[in-house]
Design a binder for this molecule. Structure first.
Ligand SMILES: Cc1cc2nc3c(=O)[nH]c(=O)nc-3n(C[C@H](O)[C@H](O)[C@H](O)COP(=O)(O)OP(=O)(O)OC[C@H]3O[C@@H](n4cnc5c(N)ncnc54)[C@H](O)[C@@H]3O)c2cc1C
Length: 379
């Protein structure tokens, strides 16, 4: 009899894990992959949508195209997870798998920043990116504030990319001279793991005339006066406020027995939780690595090896090494790459590859290979 593996969440982590299991153990494992959405979107595609580079209808990868041996996708909303009993309930069914993997990502808590819903715009969800696109299209110049509102957020490079892409966008529309851009972030530098990358980004932000306020956090917006108030007492007036909301575990995870201090603690070498047969990967864990697709993918690849070894009765694989490559857009179709390793050495290490047009093509290719592996498509 094959082992039933239930994977919750068909994002970066869930898709990579399910694809690898299907490739390696299609007969030994029966994999059920559940997500409430009907399609996947790469995180960075939201920036493409927001700045009008791609239409929202062109960036979705429908789950119905997944056709892999031993793997079944089900579109269902997960309503409860009981890790102790390894029991999952969705709006359509209930499951008692042999192995449970939680890959439900991170959600957003917009209410954590008073005034954000009324007077700002988040652009980290697909709907938010579309709204930001429309607000930008109607924008006729003025003061723009881009603010990271919580300490833990997806893709440390993204706020810097947003500021640089916005500068390009406003320049293309002839509005740059009439606009200011402030970038406010609680991080002490753009990419804390790499001073070299951070220096390069800070220099390019300055060159683009972007006011960068590190180690600073906006705590609330005043919709009446259009002023953002910072933790340190400073105030920043805006005409357009683009916020990266406070992140949190999805509600169904927060209500489960898996969470401690807001996220799921795991063994960062194997992704085991404290419950036998229950694992978690990606943004939903408190592993000491950044929230990023490349990281979630590496974690899922390691977990696949862990599960494949168990199924085949082989020795366990080496623990996850914390290595990943992260692409960072510098505007003007130039992309740099940071090769990082968070877990193999005494301190996290990084190597910076300067931005080039070739880097832009490499990033496109990176996304295309994932889409091909998971969906059999090359969009
Ligand atoms: C603007 C932006 C730019 C980014 N750029 C990059 C980049 O350039 N490179 C990079 O590596 N990363 C980037 N990221 C980060 C990357 O998208 C995430 O870190 C990555 O998707 C995390 O993978 P995951 O599998 O943990 O979660 P996700 O990919 O978020 O997947 C979680 C899945 O769980 C599902 N789900 C949640 N709750 C439920 C429920 N109750 N029932 C059913 N399904 C549920 C969701 O629908 C979702 O599909 C970016 C993110 C953003 C927002």
């Amino acid at each position: 009899m094959s082992t039933h593996i239930l994977v919750l969440g068909a994002g970066f982590g869930g898709l990579e894990l399910a694809s690898r299991l299907s490739e390696s153990v299609p007969d030994e494992a029966r994999v059920t992959l559940i997500d409430r959405q009907e399609a996947f979107i790469f995180g960075y595609s939201k920036l493409d949508v927001m700045f009008g580079r791609r239409d929202i209808n062109d960036v979705w990868h429908p789950y119905r195209t997944i056709d892999k041996p031993g793997l079944e996708f089900r579109r269902e909303e997960i309503v409860s997870i009981d890790a102790r009993d390894r029991r999952v309930v969705t709006e359509a069914a209930s499951y008692n798998p042999d192995i449970l993997v939680v890959a439900l990502g991170a959600d957003y808590n917009l209410a954590a920043t008073p005034g954000l819903v009324e007077d700002g715009c988040e652009f980290y969800s697909p709907d938010g990116a579309v709204r930001a696109r429309d607000l930008l299209a109607a924008f006729s110049g003025g003061r723009v504030v881009i603010a990271v509102l919580g300490g833990t957020f997806k893709c440390p490079g993204a706020p810097n990319e947003t500021a640089l892409l916005l500068s390009d966008y406003l320049a293309r529309r002839g509005l740059r001279a009439d606009s200011t851009i402030h970038l406010v972030s609680p991080l002490p530098m753009p990419i804390p793991i790499s001073k070299k990358t951070s220096d390069a980004i800070a220099a390019i932000l300055a060159e683009a005339g972007i006011e960068y306020w590190p180690s600073a956090r906006v705590t609330r917006l005043d919709p009446a006066s259009h002023v953002a108030h910072l933790e340190d007492g400073r105030a920043l007036p805006y005409d357009l406020f683009l916020g990266i909301p406070v992140h949190c575990a999805p509600d169904v995870v927060a209500r489960s027995d898996l969470v401690e201090d807001g996220w799921i603690p795991v063994d960062s070498g194997t992704f085991a939780t404290r419950f036998p047969g229950v694992y978690a990967v990606g943004d939903v864990t408190s592993a000491p690595v950044p929230r990023a697709g490349g990281i979630a993918e590496g974690e899922a690849a390691t977990l696949a090896e862990v599960l494949i070894a168990q199924l085949k009765g082989e020795d366990p694989p080496p623990p996850y090494d914390g290595a990943a490559s992260c692409y960072v857009e510098f505007g003007n179709d130039r992309v740099g790459r940071i090769d990082v390793n968070f877990l193999s050495y005494d301190t996290p290490v990084a190597r910076f590859n300067a931005p080039t047009p070739e880097g832009f093509a490499e990033k496109q290719q990176w996304g295309a290979t994932r889409a091909a592996r998971w969906f059999g498509s090359h969009r």
